[in-house]
Design a protein around this ligand. Structure first.
Ligand code: ADP
Ligand code: ADP
Length: 234
């Protein structure tokens, strides 16, 4: 079934730049949906509109069948969306589990004193097991590899309950082996009915793992392709 639909999205920035000029994006539950386009094609703008960081000039968003307009990332996250950025936002002096629990506000101050650390670590270990993400919750973030840092970012959004996860150029900083491991984790996520939007400009890579591809060019959707027989009703 359709989880997210962005219909006829237009965005004109205050300086007159037209970033989206009629974009349509239909994402089905449990699929890996690649959003492909060169730099400047309008991908980030579309995702900012989805997360309520920018208002669309025109167009509408349907999520779980209802018309929505998220009021910013906090609201979007509360509704089950998660975004993993290309640039990691981790506190290097803290552990993996501390980064996961504290999210993007690692220094929330005295409230930290009241957390049940044992329970948190158990929950995180459970998530790590569930998705085959090799990682030690008590390792210091300074000491782990780039691929592991990315896993921490993915765990951060899973921990917050994300069901629709947007990965922004996730392979940009990975080695080929880390890329393979990431793809395995993504497959394990969709097997458990998570939905992935995979932003990239590497078409070959996308052909390998995507169920559907939306191609953006100069702010317009030029193509939606189905690359696999996913047994999903249309
Ligand atoms: P992509 O993510 O595909 O690289 P973007 O959505 O970042 O594309 O950018 C689409 C176009 O909008 C580009 O021409 C970019 O320079 C422009 N743009 C992005 N953000 C802004 C902004 N805040 N103000 C004005 N123009 C912007
Ligand atoms: P990234 O590549 O990490 O996504 P960008 O370089 O695309 O970052 O954008 C960084 C910030 O600058 C974003 O907030 C974006 O909205 C803004 N931006 C991008 N292009 C323009 C532009 N032409 N004019 C004004 N702001 C822009």
């Amino acid at each position: 079934s359709v989880l997210l639909e962005m219909k006829n999205i237009h965005k004109v920035y205050p300086n007159g730049t037209v970033a989206n000029r009629g974009v349509n994006l239909v994402v089905h539950e449990g699929e890996i949906h690649a959003l492909v386009g060169e730099n400047g094609a309008g991908k980030s703008t579309l995702m900012k509109i989805l997360f309520g960081l920018e208002a669309p000039t025109e167009g509408e968003i349907l999520y779980k069948g209802e018309k929505v307009r998220f009021n910013g990332p906090r609201d979007a996250i509360g509704q089950g969306l998660g975004m993993v950025h290309q640039h990691f936002m981790l506190a290097p002096s803290l552990t993996v589990s501390e980064n996961i629990v504290l999210g993007d506000e690692p220094r929330r101050g005295f409230l930290n004193l009241f957390r049940d650390r044992k329970k948190e670590i158990e929950e995180i270990e459970e998530l790590i097991r569930k998705f085959g993400l090799k990682l030690s919750p008590e390792a210091s973030v300074e000491s782990i590899s780039v691929g592991q840092k990315q896993r921490v970012e993915i765990l951060k959004v899973l921990y917050r309950g994300a069901k629709l996860i947007i990965l922004d150029e996730p392979t940009a900083v990975l080695t080929p082996q880390e890329t393979d491991e990431l793809f395995d984790s993504i497959k394990s996520l969709v097997d458990q009915n998570y939905t992935i939007i995979f932003i990239t400009h590497k078409l070959r890579e996308v052909m390998e793992i995507s169920d559907r591809i939306t191609v953006l060019k100069a702010g317009k959707t030029i193509q939606t392709l189905i690359t696999k027989d996913t047994n999903q009703e249309e």
